[in-house]
Design a protein around this ligand. Structure first.
Ligand SMILES: [Zn+2]
Length: 333
């Protein structure tokens, strides 16, 4: 059924409660679903970055599925689209202040729209105090789904780390640990899942659920499976089609260290020689860069054995382009 045509009617039918629409720029939809028996409380958010619409569609599809597979226990709190203005502007950042909403939590009652929005979202999460917060994001088009948590030493509460890790491992995905000292991860202590879990004591993870440039039907289907498989493991829904990752089994449920790939030394047309989900050995070719006349300008190789989480969407790169996301195997930690 078309969720978009009649969201409120649909939500009413599956017993969800939606906040009334408010005519202000900080409005975001919020809904709650309750099973008949007590159980875990899961809070799901999507669309913090306006150019990641697939996560929002994933939530819509999850809601549709819950119409025929009702919640058996527990509670779901959901913000399907955290940043409607950025979505409409088709930008990662909030369109008025140009701030990245996912570096602003817990927000503020003053100043920019983005800070106010972060404040309003975080208040919902804080008030709910769920057993798990899952913040859905989308990565490059060519990427495998993975979960992100933080380094154990960055958590105020060791128990919150334990719970976050346990939930991340239940997803049966690679679990990438964010090292906040790396320039690549600067400011992520103020991401929604970062702040909630590190400072707020709320178990949380970021789910990178496939590509962002378009809504990939394949990625949406996989992301829904990942979520429903988790709900099944928590006893919140009945049996679900099993999700199986394309990543080698030894990497699933394992905490992996994020590794960046050396940036290109030249500008040119890139041919990606290693694909998402693939294991690469030290010295293996990751990519080749060519001039418009066909001359091979650079071959980029890996420095160590790694799992390819994804590669960039750009066909033409410069020395500033981030081209690969890699994760180091558990044994190298
Ligand atoms: Zn994102």
């Amino acid at each position: 059924m078309a969720l978009t045509t009649s969201l409120n009617t649909f939500l009413a039918r599956i017993g969800a409660r939606q906040a009334p629409t408010q005519p202000n720029p900080d409005y975001f939809p919020y809904l709650e679903l309750k099973g008949p028996a007590p159980g875990p409380h899961i809070f799901i958010t999507a669309g913090i970055h306006g150019d990641e619409a697939a996560g929002i569609i994933t939530v819509h599809e999850l809601l549709k599925l819950l119409e025929t597979t009702p919640l058996l226990s527990g509670k779901l709190s959901i913000i399907p689209c955290c940043n409607p203005q950025a979505l409409a502007a088709r930008t990662r950042h909030h369109p008025t202040s140009k701030q990245d909403l996912n570096r602003l939590f817990p927000g503020s009652k003053k100043a920019t729209h983005a800070l106010l929005l972060a404040h309003a979202i975080y208040r919902k999460v804080e008030k709910a105090r769920p057993d798990l917060l899952i913040d859905i994001h989308n990565d490059w088009y060519n990427s495998v789904p993975y979960a992100i948590i933080n380094e154990e030493s960055d958590y105020k509460s060791p128990l919150t780390y334990k719970k976050s890790l346990h939930m991340a491992q239940l997803l049966n995905l690679p679990v990438v640990s964010e090292d906040l000292t790396q320039p690549h991860h600067a400011g992520l202590e103020k991401s929604l899942s970062g702040y909630a879990s590190l400072q707020g004591g709320i178990p949380a993870l970021t789910l990178e659920a496939g590509g962002s440039p378009i809504v990939s039907e394949y990625d949406v289907e996989i992301a829904v499976q990942i979520l429903t498989n988790l709900l099944q493991k928590l006893g919140m829904v009945g049996p679900q089609p099993a999700f199986s990752s394309t990543v080698p089994k030894a990497y699933l449920g394992q905490v992996l260290e994020y590794a960046s790939c050396p940036p290109p030394k030249v500008a040119g047309i890139i041919r990606y020689r290693a694909l998402a989900g693939q294991l690469v050995e030290a010295g293996q070719t990751l990519a080749e860069i060519f001039s418009p006349s066909g001359e091979l300008l650079q071959t980029i190789t890996t420095q160590q054995k790694a799992l390819v989480l994804g590669h960039a969407d750009e066909p033409y790169v410069t020395p500033k382009t981030d081209i690969y996301a890699l994760a180091l195997p558990p044994s190298s930690k």
